[in-house]
Design a protein around this ligand. Structure first.
Ligand code: IPM
Ligand code: MG
Length: 382
């Protein structure tokens, strides 16, 4: 037992040193990409695995329609990046194999299809690795349900909390397991700033800070304290604080849920509550998400690679709406607002008003390709 304890103490020392270094690096000056100043924007499409290649092929087709002129003039280039498959990642024993990461870093933005995340073991999730490698600290997830007056935007801290050392826990066989959760000052400040800036720039009046600071006293305590400090710079915005348990209940409380606007929270709570919110909107297949850093940004569906659909042979019935929503967010982020608006209009015609072709994620609905054709025809008509 002493040996286990010594090893764990040594490991903790190392992790602490690395995390202090990460916090200090974040405190330094930030390099922010100005997309409007870039002569050429390289969009990398990571095709992923499971239903990833099926839905990302349709997004590739969609981007080529929406950015036809920009691609022709050389302002935009699309690079398809394969190799983020679970098979390749297992073979190389790397969350993101080195050559794939190198290709990703040559792009300015990434549209990422789902990649399989293994339970247990030591192979880290590709999402988590990409968020860390590209320092994509703000996970922004909008959820709208106009008929219920719901217009929510979630700001999930994306580089620390329960995730940063999620594959670096300690286990003493037949005795116990120990994981770590990390909250840094700089990491919290930057996500809080992103949420309040968003609120300010989009006419929002309230930000709900969501923690479990009554239990996770150190980490969530710090998160809460720093968010309130940042809030002082935004006197026109009300900062409320809620615990995550009651907030999950609030989202299904139809009397009050439409009062919420912007949510700000640590990583794991954000992961869980955004699936709940997406379900309220119509399912995880309908929600896109942005992973924003200062230099890079990555856009993806909020759902996983749906290996069960592939096993059942119904992968071609996957719903591409979430990756289309992610594509819309990406177009907005890199400065193509008109094209993003066109896509937004077409999506709302196809999924809310006209609904001529409906995907259910099963054989009783349309295929991914049929829905995509419908969307692209709708875009051409706008
Ligand atoms: C998400 C996903 C990922 C996460 C998984 C696939 C690692 O659930 O983007 O919400 O937990 O962040
Ligand atoms: Mg999730």
């Amino acid at each position: 037992m002493e040996k286990y304890i010594d090893n764990a103490v040594e490991q903790f020392r190392e992790l602490l040193t690395q995390q202090i270094a990460r916090q200090q690096k974040m405190e330094k000056e930030r390099e922010v990409t100005d997309f409007s100043a870039l002569k050429k924007i390289v969009i990398g499409i990571c095709t992923g695995d499971g239903i990833g290649p099926i839905i990302s092929a349709e997004s590739n087709r969609l981007i080529k329609i929406l950015l036809k002129d920009e691609i022709e003039s050389g302002r935009v280039e699309i690079k398809v990046i394969e190799g983020l498959t679970i098979e390749n990642r297992i073979a190389k024993n790397k969350a993101i194999p080195d050559d794939v990461l190198e290709e990703i870093k040559k792009c300015n933005v990434i549209l990422k299809a789902p990649t399989t995340t293994l339970k247990g073991g030591t192979l880290e999730s590709a999402n988590v690795a990409m968020r860390r490698e590209l320092d994509l600290y703000a996970n922004v997830r909008p959820v709208c349900l106009p008929e219920e007056n719901i217009d929510w935007t979630f700001f999930r801290e994306n580089t620390e909390g329960e995730y940063v050392l999620g594959s670096k826990g300690v286990e003493i066989p037949d005795t116990l397991a120990f994981d770590f959760k990390v909250t840094t000052n700089a990491g919290t400040k930057r996500i809080a700033r992103a949420a309040f800036e968003y609120a300010k720039n989009n006419g929002k009046t309230k930000v709900a800070i969501v923690t479990k600071a009554n239990i996770m006293k150190k980490t969530d305590g710090k998160f809460s304290e720093i968010c309130h400090e940042v809030a002082k710079d935004y006197p026109d915005i009300t900062a409320d604080e809620w615990y995550i348990d009651i907030m999950t209940a609030n989202l299904v409380n139809t009397k009050i849920r439409s009062d919420f606007q912007v949510f700000l929270m640590p990583n794991l709570y954000g992961d869980i509550i955004t699936d709940e919110a997406a379900q309220i909107q119509g399912g995880v297949g309908t929600a896109g998400s942005a992973n924003i850093g200062d230099k890079y940004a990555m856009f993806e569906p909020i759902h996983g690679s749906a290996p069960r659909m592939i096993e059942q042979g119904i992968g071609n019935y996957a719903n591409p709406t979430s990756i289309f929503k992610a594509t819309e967010m990406m177009l907005n982020h890199i400065g193509f607002k008109n094209q993003a608006n066109r896509l937004n209009k077409a999506l709302s015609i196809c999924t809310e008003t006209e609904k001529k072709v409906i995907v259910t994620g099963d054989t009783d609905g349309a295929t991914c390709k049929e829905f995509s054709d419908y969307l692209m025809e709708t875009i051409e008509k706008l």
